[in-house]
Design a protein around this ligand. Structure first.
Ligand code: FFO
Ligand code: ATP
Length: 230
């Protein structure tokens, strides 16, 4: 079990990019130590909370997890079972942003070594993200202000700038990756998220525009938790 919050070192003497890389290494190391059973249990619990967080949305964007990331496979199936249209990242040349619709787990395939699996269907342009009512993002860590540490491509920072203004962004992390005692390094290009989804709960962050009237307006779920810790 890995329930202890990640200890983020003091990186104030480092450039943001170097500080981020240091913390990425720590998180990746912890992620690599999880057992298959832990990952599977977390995936089921994460799906439960993500479905709650998505609420009434009819179109969402999700990512297809790689082996050590919080798994989105049960979530993808749960969204499909509810008839929710799901947009998934497709990497074009130079890691260009494109999207394709989820069409079943069997349809997902790794198109190039090291890249996340992608649907086989037609690629939609980067602007297709404007159709998503909620954007679920991968993250290695998130702090209490919603600063998100990603894998380092800047892919999702660009996605969040292209989404329809006001679209809530939710980061999916393991519980220990929600950093409470420090702020993560950030630059002006980083786009903060509005909420965090973990295997034990999901909640809107202080300062999120969705914390008050936004929730009802967007038809999003009410924050919640389950007793099971993963
Ligand atoms: N599951 C998942 N999907 C995601 C992201 C993520 O963090 N997680 N991304 C978040 O931004 C975007 C993809 N970002 C990527 C950034 C770089 C490389 C990359 O450089 N791949 C190398 C191989 C790397 C390796 O072997 O480890 C390559 O293509 O040559 C791949 C994806 C969109 N999809
Ligand atoms: N909107 C943007 N336009 C141009 N470059 C950007 C943008 N956002 C981020 N970048 C650049 O992309 C690189 C990686 O950014 P960053 O470290 O924030 O990635 P990340 O958030 O960890 O990764 P990801 O968003 O893919 O999950 C940095 O060099 C950053 O300057």
């Amino acid at each position: 079990m890995h329930n202890d919050a990640l200890r983020v070192p003091n990186t104030s003497g480092l450039e943001p990019e170097d500080a981020k890389e240091l913390i990425r290494g720590l998180v990746r190391e912890r992620r690599s130590q999880r057992s298959a059973a832990e990952r599977e249990k977390a995936a089921q619990a994460l799906a439960e909370h993500a479905v709650q967080a998505v609420g009434d949305a009819q179109c969402v964007s999700v990512y297809v997890s790689r082996p050590t990331e919080p798994s989105t496979y049960p979530l993808l199936e749960a969204l499909a079972a509810r008839g929710i249209r799901t947009l998934l990242p497709v990497l074009g040349p130079g890691l260009n942003r494109a999207w394709a619709e989820f069409a079943g787990l069997d349809d997902l395939e790794e198109r190039a070594p090291g890249r996340p699996p992608e649907p086989s269907g037609p690629a939609l342009p980067a602007e297709a993200i404007t159709e998503a009512e909620v954007v679920l993002t991968p993250a290695l860590a998130v702090d209490v202000l919603g600063n998100r540490l990603g894998q380092g491509g800047g892919w999702y920072d660009r996605v969040l700038k292209t989404a329809r203004p006001g679209t809530p962004a939710f980061a999916m992390v393991f519980d220990e990756e929600l950093v409470g005692d420090r702020l993560l390094p950030r630059t002006d290009l980083d786009v903060p998220v509005d909420a965090v989804i973990t295997p034990t709960h999901w909640f809107l962050l202080d300062g999120s525009a969705f914390r008050t009237e936004g929730l009802a307006r967007q038809g999003l779920g009410q924050a919640g938790s389950t007793a099971t810790r993963v």
